[in-house]
Design a protein around this ligand. Structure first.
Ligand code: NAD
Length: 339
């Protein structure tokens, strides 16, 4: 049984919640859920550098929504935005592909941006911050096998630099949260999401991109590509389950803790391709073809899974969307975009 430190819990109905990096996949679904749970106000902060209004267009006329165009790199923006706010969900960040393309901005936003937000929360006495971390804090590469529970150390041997930089930036963000807890009593919960997928999927996350690329190929009548023997594991989590975890973490009394947020079970790339073929009613046969040099793809080269039992104990959360259902929902949404 995990011993959990006790801090402030938010009653969503009385609260003003700010989502930083809201104009995207996780942010838009979290905003939908906060509104459904009766939040007093939900502030959607974004600089729209790679998120888009499309992801939050359905919310813009909702009276309890306020869209805040602001940049994490500007502390005055954040000081103004967090005034009178009860809780912050800090999502804005670059992921592995971003680190491979624009490492300079990625380092700034993921580290200084997180620090700016923590500082703004401290000044404005924000009750709780939820920090979006990632299973990237366990590293990638050939040594990643078995259960990736919250205690395992960072493994970087054999992984591309962008993936290591991304993981290391999330470790920095988590430790900045701990520092603010210890020095200023700032309550926080770190949620280490596994690969997020779902409706409003973007093309910026190396692993969910694989579902989208496979779908795009099959729809063009081309054979899906398996970069290995099809036994490589991925562990996804549906975005609606991630939104539930964000809200559960705000509502819980837990503080100064990090937990995994992963889907019900891992899946192999071979099984994933079969789900896409099934959705498309296609009998194309997957082609085994190694990735071209320089392609950023996160492979484990073996079997791993990400347990989420600690999230159950700490914030009372567990995933409910099975992979088959989630992939069908994502592809139905993707198909609608073309019609
Ligand atoms: N998507 C995944 O598979 C996944 C997996 C694990 C963890 N995560 C983490 O979850 C979080 C959210 O993921 P997502 O896929 O919704 O993210 P995303 O990359 O789609 O969205 C990030 C948002 O942050 C905004 N942003 C970037 N720089 C900014 C700045 N300087 N100021 C203000 N806004 C800025 C972008 O415009 C974008 O809307 C991220 O922290 C990510 O690292 C995501």
């Amino acid at each position: 049984m995990t011993t959990v430190k006790q801090g402030k819990a938010l009653n969503i109905k009385d609260s003003r919640i700010l989502i930083a990096g809201a104009a995207s996949l996780v942010g838009s679904h979290t905003a939908d859920l906060l509104l459904k749970e009766g939040a007093r106000e939900v502030l959607l902060l974004d600089n729209f550098s790679f998120g888009s209004m499309d992801a939050i267009a359905h919310l813009q006329n909702e009276p309890r929504i306020k869209i805040v165009r602001a940049d994490l790199m500007r502390l005055p923006d954040l000081l103004a935005a967090t005034e009178g706010v009860d809780g912050v969900i800090h999502l804005a960040a670059y992921m592995t592909l971003g680190f491979s393309q624009t490492p300079w901005q990625a380092v700034d936003v993921n580290i200084r941006g997180a620090q700016n937000m923590l500082e703004a929360c401290r000044v404005n006495r924000v009750k709780k911050i939820i920090f979006a971390s990632s299973n990237a804090v366990y590293g990638y590469g050939s040594g990643i096998k078995g259960a990736l529970s919250e205690e395992i150390p960072f493994h970087s041997v054999g992984a591309p630099p962008a993936a290591i930089l991304y993981g290391a930036s999330k470790i920095m963000g988590e430790q900045l949260c701990r520092h603010y807890y210890q020095s200023a009593g700032q309550d926080y919960v770190v949620l280490r999401y596994s690969t997020v997928y779902g409706e409003r999927q973007h093309y910026r996350a190396a692993n969910s991109l694989y579902i989208m690329e496979t779908y795009d190929l099959v729809r063009k009548g081309q054979a899906p590509v398996l970069p290995g023997d099809g036994k490589d594991t991925k562990h996804f989590v549906h975005v609606s389950d991630v939104a539930r975890a964000n809200v559960a973490a705000l509502q819980s009394t837990a503080t100064d803790v990090a937990v995994n947020v992963s889907g019900p079970a891992p899946i192999t790339t071979g099984e994933l391709v079969q789900l896409v073929l099934e959705y498309c009613k296609s009998d194309l046969k997957p082609e085994v073809r190694p990735d071209p040099p320089g392609k950023v793809r996160l492979t484990s080269g073996g079997a791993f899974h990400i347990p989420h039992d600690k999230a159950g104990e700490v914030i009372g959360w567990k995933p409910v969307v099975q992979m088959r259902e989630g992939v069908m929902r994502l592809l139905a949404w993707r198909e609608q975009q073309d019609s």
